[in-house]
Design a protein around this ligand. Structure first.
Ligand code: 3PG
Ligand code: MG
Length: 402
């Protein structure tokens, strides 16, 4: 991807112009209330900037995965209300993203004001990246800004086709995300480390393979480490494992070795009879997991070892927890290492970037999210970037200038 081709609206005269902003308003909502507004909070400064510069701001977004028709359960109305609260002024809400309701709302929108249009996924054409649907969206605006990095892995009408129909720009949040990922993966200070955790090797084969060719140290943890250990003949008791992927694990280790990337696995574990709150747990060395117990977290020696490794690195990218962090006491390994990474970051020794839904929840639980250099709001898009894949929503913005 030619990221140097991304353009922002800085210096562009947008006064009185209709600016369509593709945002990611896909936030958790329960009983009509937004339960985590992080994505909205990150969007607000960019929207405020456009409004202050006199633009007529039209926000479009998806919400959830409706089946391609209107469904009240997936209405963006409660999210628009929350956004209005954060912006400290009422936003206009249109009950459809195209046609009469959208056109009426846009026509009546004064400069400096913000409208939110209903879920673009209420139209099947959105996910089909349909050109005529994109044309109907384009008719609402003069300029297009994509500020939805976390939806940039989708080649949908509002993230792809639309970018080719209007002068297209990257929003400030998208730029922030891209710059953070570039800093740790494309132009890092060496040595670099990646911590990749989570349950399954199978869901992260491409991430591990790509990172093995990119970083100096690849730290593998979470239940996926069990598959790596099994592949080397280590007894892992009743632990979660993917025996069918033992070969995959060995391939990744060989690929890493060929690229002089050191693969690092846990040295000890917290084990218990089952995964439940307060289960009787004990710490065992890697080669000593009893056959009737399961590995649920890394142990203190592992945390100390990983801390020493990241302490010798200048750059860290982190995706995936080290253990079953949602269930006490199996979050301690993740939290302890998160605190160490945060301390190294605040002291200026480490550039740290983390992303992915579970990871952010774990860092929040450890209370250190705002001590990392950058915490991405993206889930799938962050992973696809770690896989080295081109994100269609970003490619569309760079291609728009060719
Ligand atoms: C996300 O929440 O990760 C993005 O908004 C993308 O949502 P999707 O996986 O439903 O496309
Ligand atoms: Mg997703």
């Amino acid at each position: 991807m030619q990221l140097d081709r991304l353009r922002t609206t800085a210096g562009v005269d947008i006064k009185g112009k209709r600016v369509i902003v593709r945002a990611d308003l896909n936030v958790p909502v329960k009983d009509g209330k937004v339960t985590d507004a992080t994505r909205l909070e990150r969007l607000v400064p960019g929207l405020q900037d456009l409004a202050k510069r006199g633009a007529r701001v039209i926000v479009i977004a998806h919400f959830g995965r409706p089946k391609g028709g209107p469904d009240p359960q997936f209405s963006l109305k409660p999210v628009a209300d929350k956004l209005g609260e954060l912006l400290a002024h009422r936003v206009v809400f249109a009950e459809d993203c195209v046609g009469g309701p959208a056109e009426g709302a846009v026509a009546a929108l004064p400069p400096g004001r913000i409208a939110v249009l209903e879920n673009v996924r209420f139209h099947k054409a959105e996910e089909k990246n349909d050109a005529s649907f994109a044309k109907r969206l384009a008719a609402l605006g003069d300029l297009y800004v994509n500020d939805a990095f976390s939806a940039a892995h989708r080649a949908h009408a509002s993230t792809d086709a639309l970018a080719h129909l209007l002068p297209a720009y990257a929003g400030p949040l998208l730029m922030e995300e891209v710059n953070a990922l570039e800093r740790v993966l494309e132009k890092p200070d060496h040595p670099t480390a990646a911590i990749i955790g989570g349950a399954k090797v199978s869901s992260k084969i491409d991430v591990l393979t790509h990172l093995a060719a990119k970083v100096d140290r690849l730290i593998i943890a979470g239940a996926m480490a069990n598959t790596f250990l099994l592949a080397q003949g280590v007894e892992i008791g009743k632990s979660l494992v993917e025996p069918g992927h033992a070969g995959t694990a060995l391939n990744i280790m060989h690929a890493a070795k060929a690229r002089h990337c050191e693969v690092i696995l846990p040295r000890d574990f917290v084990v218990a009879p089952k995964l439940e709150v307060g289960a009787a747990s004990q710490v065992v060395a890697t080669l000593e997991t009893p056959s009737e117990l399961m590995i649920l977290d890394v142990g203190p020696k592992t945390v100390a070892h990983y801390t020493e490794i990241i302490g010798r690195c200048r750059t860290l990218v982190w995706n995936g927890p080290l253990g079953a962090f949602e269930i006490a006491p199996f979050g301690e390994g993740t939290f302890a290492l998160a605190r160490q990474a945060a301390t190294l970051t605040t002291s200026g020794a480490l550039v740290s970037v983390a992303g992915g839904g579970d990871t952010v929840a774990a860092l929040n639980a450890a209370g250190v999210s705002n001590q990392f250099t950058y915490v991405s709001t993206a889930g799938g898009a962050f992973l696809e970037w770690l896989e080295g894949r081109e994100l269609p929503g970003i490619a569309a913005l760079t291609g728009a200038w060719s």
